[in-house]
Write a protein that binds this ligand. Structure first.
Ligand SMILES: Cc1cc2nc3c(=O)[nH]c(=O)nc-3n(C[C@H](O)[C@H](O)[C@H](O)COP(=O)(O)OP(=O)(O)OC[C@H]3O[C@@H](n4cnc5c(N)ncnc54)[C@H](O)[C@@H]3O)c2cc1C
Length: 424
């Protein structure tokens, strides 16, 4: 009996020795593999040359043409047609769309970099670019036929025409499936009736993508999307809404009254509008996350500058520990938000699932943009509460980012649902 258990103990030890050698061998093999192929490292925080060039050119454009006039636009609340035209000429209004249909062919990471740069100074303009690119134009790019893309995308990408995306209604926001707008097939056209609210580019768009019920009995499977032109009879945009912020972004109601939509303007398959909408929103949320990073970075940079200039008790306020802590927390969170955003963008660019990551990026970055703006106002003291400084505008603009394209509560619902999926 004694000899028998000894034999097993020796066998056991030999097995462990073998295992430890095998693990060491595997680890060494992995290191050699990585050393031989450093360019294939899965985590690479370096932007490529195209991305850097794009980032630099948008930064230069924004500092020269956008920043100097941002107070004026916030006060006048006028839509900046001239800036949008210039951005269109630069290829920014179709930045990640297919060059075969007039897009610029950059990746989503580049789109995020561009949106961050614009939002650093003017969140309203960034919202115009992001919503036009990801929502209206984005839906046509995701679900459109080649003929529809040929007809609409080149003008939209060049911003000679602008896009609005009509999902929300007075009675249905977070629960978009509760929409009342209907599209009833009648021979060679659908008859569209309903009312949409909070539509970005509502009264400046030339083309809308409108979600409507084609079969009210089928729930989300009875929702379809349509391309509707603004000058068709029965399309009635309302006056710009009075908002807390995002003043020079155009937001209106749009009413559709017996609008005859040709059957060829059904976007995607009948009944697939809701499914495509979820894809559009995933992409849109990455854009809103990038926009939020831009606003939060603006709050940080303005606060840093101010805290080095403003003196109290004989020294710059930036030397007081309480102010330093705020700056440190802002800087760390901006970095974290950017990483979440670029991760979601990279997943999208690689054709991977990114619903959870887009919601995480949007949730974290948008909530940060509000907190960073509040902290920036605090750092600016009484001056931060006036319209002489950028930071009060940052706060007014930032609040929208926790609401549009799904509120923070809805992002939490999505993230929870995605987390639970891994256990089903
Ligand atoms: C400036 C601006 C621009 C916009 N642009 C567009 C656009 O271009 N196109 C478009 O279609 N829409 C647009 N929207 C609409 C926007 O997407 C909606 O406002 C948003 O989805 C919220 O819907 P709601 O306003 O109806 O709020 P509700 O859905 O009524 O929500 C009210 C509150 O209840 C909470 N809530 C709702 N359901 C739940 C739940 N299940 N669990 C927990 N909390 C919940 C919400 O989080 C929120 O706090 C825009 C809105 C604004 C303000």
């Amino acid at each position: 009996m004694y000899y028998y258990s000894d034999f097993y103990r020796i066998l056991n030890s030999l097995w462990f020795i073998f295992l430890s050698f095998w693990k060491r061998f595997q680890f060494t093999h992995l290191i050699i593999k990585i050393q031989n192929k450093p360019q294939n490292m899965p985590l690479n925080f370096e932007l490529n040359e195209d991305q850097k060039m794009l980032q630099e050119s948008v930064k230069e454009f924004t500092e020269r043409h956008v920043a100097p006039t941002v107070f004026e636009r916030d006060n006048s609340k006028e839509f900046p047609h001239d800036l949008v035209t210039q951005l269109g000429e630069m290829g920014m209004m179709g930045i990640y769309h297919d060059p075969g249909f007039g897009g610029s062919g950059f990746d989503t990471v580049s789109f995020c970099l561009a949106i961050e740069e614009i939002a650093r100074w003017d969140a309203s303009l960034a919202l115009t670019v992001a919503s036009h690119t990801s929502l209206g134009t984005g839906h046509i790019s995701i679900a459109g036929s080649d003929d529809q893309k040929k007809k609409y995308m080149p003008d939209l990408c060049a911003a000679t025409r602008l896009a609005g995306w009509c999902l929300t209604e007075p009675g249905s926001g977070s629960d978009a499936s509760g929409m009342k707008t209907t599209a009833v097939k009648n021979g060679d056209h659908y008859l569209l009736n309903g009312s949409k609210i909070f539509i970005t580019q509502g009264s400046v768009a030339d083309v809308y993508v409108v979600l409507a019920k084609t079969d009210p009995d089928l729930g989300t499977k009875g929702i379809s999307a349509f391309i509707v032109e603004a000058d068709w009879e029965g399309v009635k945009p309302g006056a710009p809404m009075h908002k807390l912020g995002m003043n020079s972004s155009n937001t209106t109601e749009v009413v559709f009254e017996n609008v005859e939509v040709p059957v060829e303007n059904l976007l995607g398959e009948e009944g697939m509008g809701f499914v495509d909408t979820m894809k559009v929103l995933d992409g849109g949320r990455v854009g809103i996350a990038a926009l939020s990073v831009g606003v939060a970075r603006g709050a940080l940079e303005e606060s840093l500058k101010y805290s080095m200039e403003r003196k109290q008790f004989g020294k710059p306020i930036g030397n007081f520990q309480h102010i330093e802590s705020k700056l440190v927390d802002m800087a760390t969170s901006v970095e974290a938000a950017r990483l979440l955003t670029l991760k979601a963008a990279t997943l999208k660019d690689n054709g991977k699932s990114y619903t959870k990551e887009a919601s995480m990026a949007k949730l974290f970055a948008s909530e940060l943009s509000v907190q960073a703006s509040l902290d920036a106002i605090q750092i600016h003291g009484g001056y931060g509460y006036t319209k002489e400084y950028h930071v009060e505008r940052f706060l007014r603009d930032a609040k929208l980012l926790t609401i549009g394209e799904g509120t923070s509560e809805i992002q939490r619902l999505i993230i929870a649902r995605e987390l639970k999926k891994s256990f089903i």
